[in-house]
Design a protein around this ligand. Structure first.
Ligand SMILES: O=C(O)CCC(=O)C(=O)O
Ligand SMILES: [Fe+2]
Length: 261
């Protein structure tokens, strides 16, 4: 069971971290699965479905393939699928959702290899869940979605760590006026999106050891810069929706499964 402070951090600040949730042997297994996915991508060289997973990649010239993400990585790698159903992730997700079951929408592998240039602009995951009429309904009234990010490698200041803007800071007046291309944010389903520039000092950088897990909701504002270190920064993202919230079909064999079965 999550404590009061973790629940408060989730809803009021935007995120919390569960340190050391998975042990070194479990992470070594997961890392081996990531290595197999990475090696498979080098042979594929084009974005495609493969082995039940959807590989999104760039193949610049003859150099190594830049693997951006493997969507529903558990399709190709049973060990990753098993992690997605682990009670240490599912328990907190169900507690936060206030549900007995949920729909697992994401089991996604992110790589960020040294100097591969992969980065994520400031966003809220609601932008990836709600794609317009019929695609998303906030069924529990508090977001209906929980995202967990399991660190497969240590996440350090230099290898492209996740950064979050605390929700209260997002609700203060912005330091600078929003330029025309500023990202759009909102904090409930029916709110109109607003543009906002984000300054470096708004954000909190999250670092942590492999095996730790970051937990956040669909309105947490986050992003991550490129990996400028010599160490990979791989993470496994498992995302859980309140029953009936999602109206889309996600790619991957078995995506959208109902847990616990
Ligand atoms: O891998 C990253 O740094 C970004 C992940 C992310 O934005 C997400 O899981 O929602
Ligand atoms: Fe995200």
């Amino acid at each position: 069971m999550l404590g009061e402070q973790q629940v408060k951090d989730f809803y009021e600040r935007g995120w919390f971290v569960l340190d050391g949730l998975f042990g070194p042997r479990e992470i070594a297994r997961a890392r081996a699965a990531f290595e197999r996915l990475y090696d498979a991508a080098q042979e594929l060289r084009e974005t495609q479905m493969h082995n039940g997973s959807f590989f999104v990649l760039d193949a610049p010239g003859a150099g190594p393939v830049v693997l951006k993400r493997v969507v529903w990585a558990g399709g190709a790698e049973p060990d990753l699928l098993a992690l997605g159903a682990d009670p240490r992730l599912l328990g907190p997700a169900l507690q936060l959702l206030g549900a007995k079951t949920c729909e697992q929408l994401l089991c996604q592998a992110h790589f960020k290899m040294p100097h591969d240039g992969v980065s994520f602009d400031w966003h809220q995951d609601i932008q990836h869940r709600d794609k317009g009429p019929g695609t998303w309904t906030d069924r529990n009234g508090v977001g209906s979605y929980v995202q967990t990010i399991l660190l497969i490698d240590d996440m350090t200041p230099d290898n492209g760590p996740l950064q979050f803007v605390p929700t209260p800071r997002m609700q203060e007046p912005a330091a600078a006026p929003a330029p025309p291309n500023a990202p759009l944010f909102r904090f409930s389903q029916n709110e109109a999106p607003f543009a906002r520039a984000i300054a470096a000092e708004d954000a909190v950088t999250v670092t942590g050891k492999a095996g730790s897990v970051l937990v956040f909701g669909p309105y947490a504002v986050h992003g991550s810069a490129a990996n400028i270190s010599n160490q990979p920064r791989r993470v496994l993202i498992n995302g859980y929706a309140y029953p009936g919230a999602n109206g889309r079909v996600y790619p991957g064999e078995g995506a959208g499964r109902i847990l616990p079965l």
